[in-house]
Ligand binder design. Structure first.
Ligand code: 9MG
Length: 286
């Protein structure tokens, strides 16, 4: 087995991201209510840029190549967030990470104004769990010239885990991603700027998640780098029956399996441990 060689370098604004080996994207949620790290950077009910910067710096030192900043919790059942709240949470953080740390920042958003304002502040990647389907998002993303990650989700976060159903999960996810690629191409986003993501845990039962992981190489066959996020998610809980703070080993096993099956970007909370796992994998593969 070899790591996939297509699209090995992604131009992310001022950064060149080498994807010839799987890389780690560190998660930085600026929300008070995300399922794992929600509220971690709040002091007396307000977001502390100091705490955010400290955590981002730690993740970069541990080997993260990208920091994914989000201002909306998309965990199952999460409350929606207003556009202004999202802007207020995300934009100062993007600016601080770019200016103070020189980080490659990915913005986890579906909102057109957040896409536009983040790009102006130096973000290098747009990560949209709604695959640029929200009003204005596709046009806004195309105008930035940045790479986009298009993720599959069945339903919406408030209800997506109620009764997920597929006739063939691989075919359904592939068809959706192909359609979103066409929409991006039609809007002028070149294929070299597209990343795909099956959306583990987004409107999927355990069997769907496992099938997607097992057959990840088929999604890689669509011809775009794959991003995956399984870190500490409920699929780990379903497999191991562990609370959220005891899901490290399960998350690492899933990261390793995804990388071995061709994932190019692994989105995680536990950066140092995941970087170690990927080093071991690289040594075995080559
Ligand atoms: C924001 N977010 C939460 N989970 C995610 C996943 O699995 N993939 C991507 N691209 N983003 C995610």
């Amino acid at each position: 087995m070899q790591f996939p060689v297509k699209h090995t370098q992604l131009i992310c604004g001022k950064h060149l991201l080498d994807l010839s080996r799987p890389v780690v994207m560190g998660i930085l949620n600026t929300t008070p209510d995300s399922f794992s790290d929600g509220g971690s950077y709040y002091e007396e009910d307000s977001l502390s840029l100091d705490l955010v910067l400290r955590r981002a710096e730690q993740m970069l030192e541990e080997g993260a190549k990208i920091i994914d900043v989000g201002g909306e919790s998309t965990r199952p059942g999460a409350a929606s967030v207003s556009e202004q709240q999202e802007l207020d949470r995300v934009i100062p953080v993007v600016e601080a990470l770019v200016v103070k740390l020189g980080a490659l920042v990915s913005v986890d958003t579906s909102t057109a104004s957040v896409i536009t304002e983040s790009a102006k502040r130096g973000a290098g990647l747009i990560n949209d769990v709604r695959a640029l389907q929200r009003e204005g998002a596709l046009v806004a993303a195309a105008a930035t010239g940045l790479p986009v990650c298009l993720m599959h989700m069945q339903g919406q976060p408030d209800s997506m885990q109620k009764n997920p159903h597929y006739s063939d999960v691989i075919a359904d996810v592939s068809d959706f991603l192909r359609e979103r690629v066409s929409a991006c191409r039609a809007q002028g986003i070149p294929s070299e700027r597209i990343i795909l993501d099956p959306g583990f845990g987004f409107g999927k039962a355990l069997a769907h998640n496992l099938a997607l992981l097992r057959r990840l190489p088929e999604l890689g066959g669509l011809g775009y780098p794959l991003l995956v996020g399984m870190s500490r998610k409920s699929m780990v809980a379903q497999l191991l029956n562990r609370p959220v703070d005891e899901r490290l080993s399960g998350s690492l096993a899933l990261a390793m399996l995804a990388a071995e099956r061709g994932a190019a970007i692994i989105r995680v909370h536990d950066v140092a441990a995941t970087v170690d796992v990927l080093k071991v994998l690289a040594a075995v593969i080559e």
